[in-house]
Design a protein around this ligand. Structure first.
Ligand SMILES: [Zn+2]
Length: 171
């Protein structure tokens, strides 16, 4: 499978798609978009999913996403933006290269990205909170996950979890 992001970096399409790049991160306009003005921010390194992106790169991505979002408001007069990550196969990620989509929105543009939540039963809510508290505690400091801690998390979850599946994909 060809990685579209790596191809953009190698400029294989022959079209100008890169809006900005520094040593680690790229901002690009894609061939196929949900709404005009959609922009993608992605790390130059071919890393499959969020959990494999270094924290410093992730922070850089977040700062650039915010700038792009502001630029989209300026350039397209957007009424809002959706910031979207398809993280892992279960989330509909097709291309195994992490990226963040900035999708300009207008009221009544017909794009259905909204969803209604289903109310959780009280015991389900307690269980969810309990499970997440355990996972967070095992990370020590969830605001700054070190690479070695990420590895431990992966090993604990076993061979069949989405992290392992998503990382095994080629390229
Ligand atoms: Zn790639």
């Amino acid at each position: 499978m060809v990685c579209e992001f790596c191809e953009i970096l190698e400029r294989k399409s022959g079209k100008e798609q890169i809006l900005f790049e520094d040593q680690d991160v790229v901002i690009a306009v894609r061939d196929s978009v949900l709404t005009p003005g959609q922009i993608t921010v992605f790390p130059k390194k071919h890393v499959p999913i969020l959990e494999t992106v270094e924290d410093s790169i992730l922070k850089r991505c977040a700062v650039l996403v915010n700038k792009v979002s502001m630029a989209v408001f300026e350039s397209f007069g957007s009424g809002g933006t959706n910031i979207l990550v398809k993280n892992g196969l279960g989330a509909g990620q097709i291309m195994p290269h992490f990226g963040i989509e900035i999708i300009p929105r207008q009221e009544g543009d017909g794009l259905e990205l909204a969803w209604d939540g289903n109310p959780l039963a009280e015991d389900e809510q307690e269980l969810t909170l309990h499970l997440l508290q355990e996972a967070f505690a095992s990370l020590n400091r969830p605001d700054e996950v070190k690479p070695e801690e990420k590895k431990v998390l992966k090993q604990k979850k076993g061979e069949d979890n989405y992290l392992v599946k998503s990382q095994r994909r080629i390229p």
